[in-house]
Design a protein around this ligand. Structure first.
Ligand code: SF4
Length: 702
């Protein structure tokens, strides 16, 4: 079938596999998506990567949940951790929607009414629509009575957002990634875009081919470095030292933009004093980078007419993730490289709708549009708008919720489209927490590792089966359209959320996602000028968008910053070690991430025939020298062990990984790397240090 391209229908939508947000056309025959073609969307200009082109057959996979399930009497949750998704009936029984929704809602209600709203929590999803994310957080806040609502952003860019809000007053990107085409210097740091944002990477490559200087900073080598002027392969976890040393040179050599600093920033003197100790020579032992190269890079960046910075999880997923971002922001501010074409700060968002889900408040500390839950005026405004009283305290984040379950403070959860039993750091601890809950409702496409712990499993809709909007890394709100019917008795997520809400006493009557979107535009100043009809006509509108005729603002911070005094703030960052330093027992640094072919925990892409055929089994990327030292060869099985767990996994030789370090993708349930990772948190963003922990590696005897 994959070789036969005859189609009987086409539907225009958006790719759901990463934050780039490529517009595409589904090619359909007999209600099956065969493949997709790229459209001329603002983020992709007709391009797609392998996931966007061939990754949709997961929705037709026989593992799809097609009927609600209820855990059988007497089956303990801890016993179902290794449940076979293809045969759930040893542990679950089928139920009608009426029964499943009643059991799901009654369990949540019982905990709410006996222990209070803060004994409940919800994880929503950045893989669904804005409307679903908005309604889910509204349900948790007004139906559960708590702000304990979060999603994968906590494990993604929470520290970047914390730093951006603190310094420039807005967590969103200041410019679309396409602005790389107008830059003469592009810095890509802690990000591997050819793998994680493949279509965005094509814009960076094109800019480099046209003469822009590309500076890549990454402890792991990467394909984009073929186009780079500078590839700084620093020691892992040393970004603050490296960035401070670049800024030290810029200040010492008089390369700062004095006018910009004077007119648009504050606290520069404190930063200057702080940077004195960070000469490239003093930092060489920390970063492993030749001071002469640091000096050159500092000059190139500061002298650029337009320089733009892109960063990813290599920056954010550290205990010093907020400090890493503070440094990037300072670098941009001190050189005046923000607010003009070709300049800016762009944390590349990972999941397709992580920007939108955060904007609509699927996070515990903010109401929609990042308005503080702790501000009484804002809270009162939303209490009137939603007709319900709101908890005045900010809620707990993803990893804090796991801790609260262990302490017996959270007893019931509703999880929609998230898979914490795979994605959380130190995942044994998270799995144990899931098994301790009195009541767990999971809404998903498949019987995921998390659904295995559920009391009730609700079969949900896949992205190509629903209408809805999503917001990509560029702040472009885009229209997705239902292309094929849902299988069996699976239901629209919006319908399921609303049915749970009704059973918790909320009188909601949204008949279509456009009703929810209309409410969102009333709650969120940033998208006030965007309407459902406008998106139907235009397919994408960038925010901030003030009025129906406003084209939206691709560049922000052009005049001032959305801070109290309009100024951007320099926040100095000191050196903080990674939480777990390699030692004699665990001498190797483990870092984690994605593969081009697999997305997130693999629940979708590993059920896609083409994608799984390319990368079918768990692999650890090791430098050849380490493989040789182990007496192993590529393809051999090794055991990788940390203080928290161990996995057996096959070796792949990868010269891009530096000696003393290994890389394991986190999409493989049979060798879940998060069994090994560290759940130590950045104190500001509450993001875990999944990019760095100490392990040892042993060859497994045949
Ligand atoms: Fe989809 Fe991202 Fe690939 Fe575009 S780059 S096709 S959005 S996975």
């Amino acid at each position: 079938v994959l070789g036969d391209h005859r189609i009987d229908r086409e539907v225009n939508s958006v790719c759901p596999f990463c934050g780039v947000g490529c517009q595409l056309t589904f090619k359909i025959r007999d209600d099956k998506i065969l493949f997709a073609d790229g459209r001329n969307g603002p983020a992709n200009e007709e391009r797609l990567c392998i996931k966007g082109r061939f990754g949709f057959d997961y929705i037709h996979n026989p593992d799809r949940l097609t009927v609600p399930l209820i855990r059988k009497e007497g089956v303990a949750k801890a016993d179902v951790a290794n449940l076979d998704p293809a045969n759930p009936y040893t542990h679950f029984r089928e139920a009608s929607w009426e029964e499943a929704l009643d059991v799901a809602a009654n369990g949540l209600k019982k905990v709410r009414d006996t222990k209070g709203g803060n004994a409940l929590a919800g994880f929503g999803s950045a893989k669904g629509s804005n409307e679903e994310a908005y309604l889910f957080q509204k349900l948790v806040r007004t139906g559960f009575g708590t702000n304990n609502v979060d999603h994968c952003t906590r494990l993604c860019h929470a520290s970047s957002v914390a730093a951006l809000l603190e310094t420039v007053g807005s967590g969103a990107v200041s410019a679309p990634f396409n602005e790389a085409e107008n830059a003469d210097v592009i810095m890509v740091i802690g990000s591997n875009p050819t793998v994680n944002h493949p279509v965005a990477a094509t814009f960076f490559k094109n800019a480099a081919k046209k003469g822009a200087k590309l500076i890549i900073v990454d402890p792991r080598g990467q394909a984009l470095s073929r186009h780079a002027t500078y590839m700084l392969q620093e020691k892992p976890g040393t970004d603050v030292a490296l960035l401070n040393s670049i800024m030290h040179v810029i200040v010492a050599d008089g390369l700062t933009d004095e006018t910009y600093i004077k007119e648009h920033t504050e606290n520069f003197n404190a930063l200057c004093a702080h940077l004195k100790d960070f000469s490239p020579e003093a930092m060489e032992a920390v970063t492993g980078i030749d001071p002469a190269i640091i000096r050159e890079v500092a000059h190139v960046f500061a002298k650029a007419k337009a320089a733009i910075i892109f960063w990813g999880m290599g920056i954010s997923q550290h205990v010093h993730g907020t400090d890493n971002s503070r440094c990037l922001i300072s670098l941009s501010l001190m050189t005046g490289q923000v607010g003009r074409p070709g300049t800016g700060l762009h944390p590349l968002r990972g999941q397709n709708n992580v920007q939108g889900a955060s904007d609509v408040a699927l996070i515990p500390m903010f109401l929609p549009d990042y308005q503080s839950v702790e501000d009484p005026v804002i809270r009162e405004k939303f209490e009137k708008f939603w007709g319900a009283s709101l908890d005045p305290k900010k809620g707990l984040t993803v990893v804090e919720i796991t801790e609260a379950i262990h302490k017996g403070e959270i007893n019931a959860m509703y999880i929609m489209g998230e898979n914490p039993a795979m994605s959380d750091p130190n995942v044994n601890h998270a799995r144990e927490a899931l098994s301790m809950l009195d009541h767990l409702v999971v809404q998903d496409l498949f019987l995921t590792e998390t659904a295995a712990y559920a009391d009730v499993v609700l079969p949900a809709s896949a992205w190509p089966e629903k209408d809805g909007t999503v917001t990509n890394t560029n702040r472009q709100v885009q229209m997705g359209r239902a292309a094929v019917p849902m299988p069996g008795e699976a239901r629209q997520d919006l319908w399921i959320i609303q049915e749970i809400a009704r059973r918790l006493g909320l009188n909601w009557n949204y008949s279509h996602p456009k009703d929810v979107f209309a409410e969102m535009t009333q709650a969120m100043h940033s998208i006030r000028g965007i309407s459902w009809d406008r998106l139907e006509a235009e397919d994408a509108v960038i925010y901030p968008c003030e009025s129906p005729g406003d084209p939206g603002q691709p560049l922000i911070f052009t005049k001032d910053f959305p801070t109290a005094n309009g100024l951007g703030k320099f926040v100095p960052a000191s050196l903080i070690s990674p939480d777990e330093i390699p030692d004699a027992e665990f001498p190797v640094v483990l870092t984690t991430g994605r593969l081009l072919e697999h997305w997130h925990t693999g629940s979708m892409t590993r059920r896609s025939q083409v994608l799984d055929a390319v990368e079918p089994e768990p692999i650890v990327h090791m430098p050849p020298v380490m493989i040789e030292e182990l007496g192993a060869k590529a393809g051999d099985l090794v055991t990788v062990r940390s203080r928290r767990g161990e996995i057996d996994i096959r070796v792949r030789a990868d010269g891009a990984v530096q000696n003393g370090m290994i890389f394991i993708p986190f999409c493989y349930a049979e060798a879940a790397v998060n069994l090994l990772t560290n759940d130590a948190l950045d104190p500001f963003g509450k993001i875990a240090e999944v990019k760095f922990c100490a392990v040892n590696v042993e060859r497994k005897s045949a």
